[in-house]
Design a protein around this ligand. Structure first.
Ligand code: ADP
Length: 775
């Protein structure tokens, strides 16, 4: 019925992987239970305080007797504490406490540090009378002292270093009921720590790191294992040992071999390959890598990541990809401080640990998709990583010592530079990787994607044949993208379907099957006459020799991939006035965009739909104003024949696709053309697309992304593209065959745009009419 009142000071622990808590309490006093008031959910009782009362100490015993007992106790206590290592701060503090605390508090305190069974400790707590307490504690002290003496005797021959470890944790060994398992565990653990120390000393870490590690291991040795910090410190030291401080691979640098390797791995992308080779050549001549950090910018699936991988292969370096998309915490880059529970190093240091060398190629994927949050700006943390002047002393918060990143080759990729913070952009050299033309895609498919897919599906070229016309069909009717990822997926789908056929074919004798595709005479029309293998629709034919390749023709394609997803809808969409085709640039490449306008009775309001940004809305207002001010010149009227176009008329402009946010000034010319068509009632040519910013006075200003836009127009099968005259220089970047297929109209003012957009031009009313008065 005796208990101890205490104050909970700290609760440490977690529920994972299993519940494990450590409770730190400060004892206040003993009490006696007078009456239990309630048991659930926790016991509540009426209690009476038993000790720490003035009269309590004086009451029972005469001063002298207690004085003698306490003197004796004090002597033993001092003897015990002095046997411990005084250089440990906790021991020194204890020594001071012995002198400063009132004697009657000492039995409780010393019992708490003596390693005895819980039962014995409870007995001391139960002992209410001070005299009893002293009497019970003294034998414990004596036992502990004897045990220590014995231990020191046996450990004498050992090194000084070890003594300290033993001294601070001597209790287990002298426990009167020693637990063997516990002892072994401790021994093992001790060995581990010694091993760790040895590893630290032999590792090639920097001087600064070594100093920190040795300090930490010293602390570790003195730490009880149950402390949460023990595991933390140990993990830290293990990471420090594992890091490749001085381990690197030797660069294989031969520019000719690099060129061949890059050409073998990637078709087209000449500009990118040229720049990469320049970069490698400089490295070959000058061994010091303080070059720029390359950043490949382009739509998805154009091979940015895979070029990065090729560079690592050419150099004979390890490759590691760090996906930065959605990272919004700077500790992701730079690690957490070690004070947090569950803290870990950032991705850079983790990556180095994974690759195990200090000169890998790090691909920072999707730098444009870094987020920002309350936890700080990861882009700012990247600044230090990417700056060749600073990154030799990169300090991860977790490591807390500098790690030299100057040997790491960083390559970044992004879809757009618009969302990369300017400071980060400044550290990198941007290399644009535009989308591919249809011809390039066909080549890439046949040289790289199809062989790769065949291999992945366990097929051989003897089992499947995909002619170029089919690839073109897939490109134009089943995909609409700047890169080749979707094309790759479609080819994968075809290979899967063929794999089923081939696998079924192997059991043909036992179970003939019928293909679902009907006969189709025209299915063979694409196939060259000389080598005409059977189409997939005929694979069920038992007469066929089994090694005949399965030919993927249009019918097979429809069967496997379903009906075409994209039809050339251009001419249908342009069958009424008030529609024009604009060219838009998106991070996914160029795209064509139908701008639609309609008018209705109203009060002269302009409605814009399609999730437009402010700049685009302003373009629409500019276009209307320009048309209104030029209505007479072009003979444009509203429904009631008035030259004031908005008189009793509302205009609605829509930009599909409605779910995608759009912004930018480049739709200006398209809006003007679309509205001119609406008010004049004439159709815009169905094969012309346009882009360009407009001014209030009718000038056409240059815009960006011309190459991607032109490729999009080409993909969509358009024939004519109207671009601002000042963008003429951008056409040089476009492949010759694309340029040959298209006619380019260079426009410097809106008159030229309208003239080119309408069949037979867009007549301006002759100015001569104004002079019809005669004197
Ligand atoms: P990105 O990083 O630009 O989004 P990836 O590098 O992941 O694209 O490329 C997607 C796939 O397309 C890869 O399998 C890659 O091999 C292939 N690929 C892209 N461009 C080419 C090319 N020019 N030559 C060969 N394969 C290519």
């Amino acid at each position: 019925r005796i208990g101890t009142a205490a104050l909970a000071v700290q609760v440490v622990g977690s529920n994972w992987p299993k519940p494990h808590y450590t409770l730190l309490v400060t004892g206040l006093c003993r009490f006696q239970i007078l009456q239990l008031l309630k048991e659930k959910p926790y016991p509540v009782a009426e209690v009476e305080q038993l000790d720490r009362l003035e009269q309590f100490t004086n009451e029972h015993k005469s001063e002298e007797e207690l004085g003698e007992l306490s003197e004796q106790f004090y002597k033993y206590a001092v003897q015990l504490v002095e046997m411990l290592d005084m250089s440990v701060p906790a021991v020194a503090k204890l020594r001071r406490l012995l002198d400063n605390l009132p004697r009657e508090a000492l039995p409780d305190i010393l019992t708490s540090i003596i390693r005895t069974s819980n039962q014995e400790k409870l007995q001391i707590l139960d002992a209410v009378r001070l005299e009893e307490r002293f009497k019970m504690t003294i034998p414990l002290l004596v036992r502990q002292i004897e045990g220590l003496k014995l231990l020191q005797k046996t450990r004498k021959p050992k090194q000084d270093d070890d003594k300290r470890v033993v001294a601070i944790r001597p209790n287990r060994r002298i426990n009167h009921i020693p637990s063997i398992a516990e002892d072994e565990e401790e021994e093992e653990d001790h060995d581990d720590v010694v091993m760790l120390e040895k590893k630290i000393r032999t590792s090639s870490m920097s001087e600064q790191a070594l100093k920190v590690c040795l300090k930490e291991i010293k602390r570790l040795k003195k730490m009880p294992q149950s402390m949460p910090e023990y595991a933390l410190t140990r993990n830290y030291l293990e990471l420090m040992v594992e890091l490749p401080w001085n381990k690197s691979t030797k660069d294989r640098l031969e520019i000719r071999a690099a060129r061949i390797l890059l050409d073998n791995d990637h078709y087209a992308m000449e500009k990118l390959k040229k720049r990469v080779l320049e970069y490698l050549a400089v490295r070959q001549l000058k061994n010091n890598l303080k070059g720029p950090i390359l950043c490949f910018v382009g739509p998805p699936g154009v091979g940015k990541t895979s070029v990065g991988r090729s560079i690592a292969k050419t150099l004979g370096r390890e490759f590691h990809r760090i996906a930065l998309g959605g990272v919004c915490d700077q500790s992701d880059i730079r690690g957490h401080r070690r004070t947090y529970v569950g803290s870990m190093p950032g991705r850079i240091i983790n990556g180095l640990k994974t690759v195990g060398v200090n000169n890998p190629v790090f691909l920072l994927d999707e730098v444009d998709k870094l987020g920002k949050s309350l936890q700080g700006d990861p882009a700012a943390a990247l600044l230090e990583v990417l700056d060749p002047e600073q990154n030799h002393g990169f300090t991860d918060h977790y490591l807390n010592v500098a790690f030299d990143l100057s040997q790491v080759l960083f390559i970044a990729t992004a879809n757009t530079t618009a969302t990369i913070p300017p400071a980060l952009l400044d550290r990198m050299e941007i290399i644009q990787v535009p989308g591919y033309t249809q011809e390039e895609k066909i080549e890439i498919a046949h040289r790289h994607l199809i062989p790769k897919q065949l291999e992945q599906h366990g097929l051989t070229p003897q089992q499947i044949q995909i002619p170029q016309v089919t690839t073109l069909d897939i490109i134009t009717r089943y995909t609409r993208e700047a890169g080749v990822r979707s094309l790759d997926r479609k080819l994968g789908a075809i290979c899967r379907a063929v794999a089923v056929k081939v696998a079924e074919g192997q059991h043909k004798e036992t179970k003939p099957d019928r293909a679902e595709v009907g006969e189709g005479e025209d299915c063979k029309e694409h196939v060259a006459e000389d080598a005409k293998p059977e189409s997939i629709s005929d694979t069920a034919d038992l007469a066929l020799p089994p090694e005949m390749p399965i030919l993927i023709d249009f019918h097979a394609l429809k069967d496997i991939l379903g009906p075409p997803m994209y039809e050339t809808e251009v001419s249908e969409r342009l069958s009424q006035p008030g529609v024009a085709i604009g060219l838009a640039w998106t991070p996914l490449g160029g795209e064509i965009m139908f701008v639609e306008a309609s008018r209705m009775d109203g009060e002269g309001q302009l409605t814009l739909t399609g999730q437009l940004g402010d700049v685009m809305k302003e373009s629409a207002h500019l276009a209307i104003s320009w048309l209104r001010s030029n209505a007479k010149r072009y003979q444009l009227t509203n429904a009631s024949g008035s030259f004031d176009l908005l008189d009793n008329t509302d205009i609605h402009l829509h930009f599909p696709a409605g779910a995608v946010t759009k912004d930018g000034p480049s739709a200006g010319v398209t809006i003007v053309t679309c509205l001119a068509s609406l008010f004049s009632g004439r159709l815009v040519c169905s094969d012309v697309a346009m882009t360009g910013e407009i001014t209030l006075r009718g000038l056409v200003l240059p815009v960006g992304g011309i190459k991607d836009k032109v490729l999009a127009a080409h993909r969509a099968g358009l024939k004519r593209v109207i671009i601002p005259r000042r963008n003429e220089k951008d056409l040089e970047e476009i492949a010759v065959n694309v340029r040959q297929d298209l006619t380019f109209v260079m426009a410097s003012c809106l008159d030229e745009v309208l003239n080119a957009a309408f069949d037979g031009g867009f007549a301006v009313k002759p100015r001569a009419e104004r002079l019809n008065s005669k004197l």
